[in-house]
Design a protein around this ligand. Structure first.
Ligand code: OSB
Ligand code: MG
Length: 358
């Protein structure tokens, strides 16, 4: 699916999303859906669309054939013998969660234990050719009612840009996401951000670092939020022990599925660490999973969950995700609560693989 607008981050430009939709079909015909959120290039984490397919086909499907599942939590345990490859795991586990919720006759949000009927959302804005282009996108987002605005930064596109946004929007909740564009040597530079009243700075340092983030957090007031560094509840435990961050961005794919995401949520709730749901430029299917997760009580900050029309000319779900005044109403139909638009899905499909479990 081609994005309406190219999305530029410090790691590269995403113009097109190649991914797959996972569908699990129960004996009674009930269908659950998930999405692989990896990109075609391993610049966010090491996974790609192709590695997801390889791992699912060669390792995860065979594992599922060997075990029986009574609850989606079992899937996380069964997949534990395979190291990482969290987005591959999550693509399958998410579909199984959707199927499970449908069997229980409840929404995925309720199946996870979420209570909210609507969620607050923010928007993530990529880097633009000029500051004026960015300012007009920020203004549009503010007019649309998004609860906070996140902008992508990197050396050379940071302090001046943020100052300009702050100048035009004195009371806006603003945050910045560096996607690992800095090193600890930039601490004095990043300290200048302290005057801007940012909600947080997301993943300023290396994608696999916890130590330097802890050192940086000691030197700056702006709360650090970790994204790329967090792949499991163990990573969160260590980040909290080291004081590497004050906030956690939970992405279902990055942590290997909804079960691990929920466990991370629970741990953060215990420690009073705010969490929010990150995005991976998902189609409506992944978006529906993100919405369900965001109904859990410790998701106290708006997630990166814009409406379908922000990303796509045509999404593959019906109805599409709509944001009104910075809120998304949580569907209460069973499972992810939206239907697959079969015609749209077919139009985007370039390959299809089936596996039987009898
Ligand atoms: O770092 O949160 C990120 C998109 C692709 C890869 C990484 C990130 C992002 C976003 C966009 O910020 C979130 C979205 O709108 O889906
Ligand atoms: Mg991020």
């Amino acid at each position: 699916m081609s994005l309406k607008h190219p999305f530029k981050t410090s790691f590269g430009v995403v113009e097109r999303k190649d991914f797959f939709i996972t569908e699990v079909i129960n004996h009674d015909g009930t269908r659950g859906y998930g999405e692989s959120v990896a990109f075609t290039v391993p610049w966010y984490t090491e996974e790609t669309t192709e590695t997801c397919l390889h791992v699912i086909e060669s390792f995860l499907i065979p594992l599922l054939r060997e075990h029986s599942i009574t609850h989606p939590d079992d899937v996380t345990d069964i997949f534990r013998v395979i190291r990482r490859n969290n987005m591959a795991k999550s693509a399958l586990e998410g579909a199984i969660w959707d199927l499970h919720a449908k069997q229980q006759g409840v929404s995925l949000a309720r199946a996870l234990g979420g209570l909210e009927t609507s969620i607050d959302v923010g928007i993530s804005i990529g880097m633009k050719p000029t500051i004026d282009d960015l300012l007009s996108d920020v203004e549009e987002s503010v007019d649309q009612g998004f609860k906070r605005v996140k902008v992508k930064i990197q050396p050379g596109w940071d302090i001046a840009v943020l100052r300009e946004i702050r100048h035009h929007f004195p009371s806006l909740d603003i945050m910045a996401d560096a996607n690992s564009a800095y090193t600890l040597r930039d601490a004095p530079h990043l300290k200048q951000f302290d005057d801007l009243q940012l909600l947080m700075i997301e993943q300023p340092l290396a994608h696999d670092d916890l130590i330097d983030h802890a050192k940086l957090q000691q030197q700056i007031k702006t709360p650090i939020c970790l994204d790329e560094s967090i792949h499991s509840i163990e990573d969160v435990r260590q980040a909290l022990a080291l004081r590497s961050c004050q906030i956690i961005n939970v992405k279902i794919g990055r942590v290997g599925g909804l079960t691990e995401a929920k466990r991370i949520h629970d741990l953060c709730k215990e420690h009073n660490i705010p969490v929010w749901c990150g995005g991976m430029l998902e189609s409506g299917v992944g978006r529906a999973h993100n919405i369900a997760l965001s109904t859990l009580p410790q998701f106290v900050l708006p997630g990166d969950i814009a409406g379908s029309a922000h990303y796509w000319k045509k999404d593959i779900i019906m109805p599409e995700v709509v944001v009104e005044d910075g809120e998304i109403f949580v569907p209460d139909a069973a499972g992810i609560g939206v239907n697959i638009d079969k015609a749209a899905l077919e139009q985007f499909t370039v390959a299809q693989y089936s596996y039987s479990f009898d």
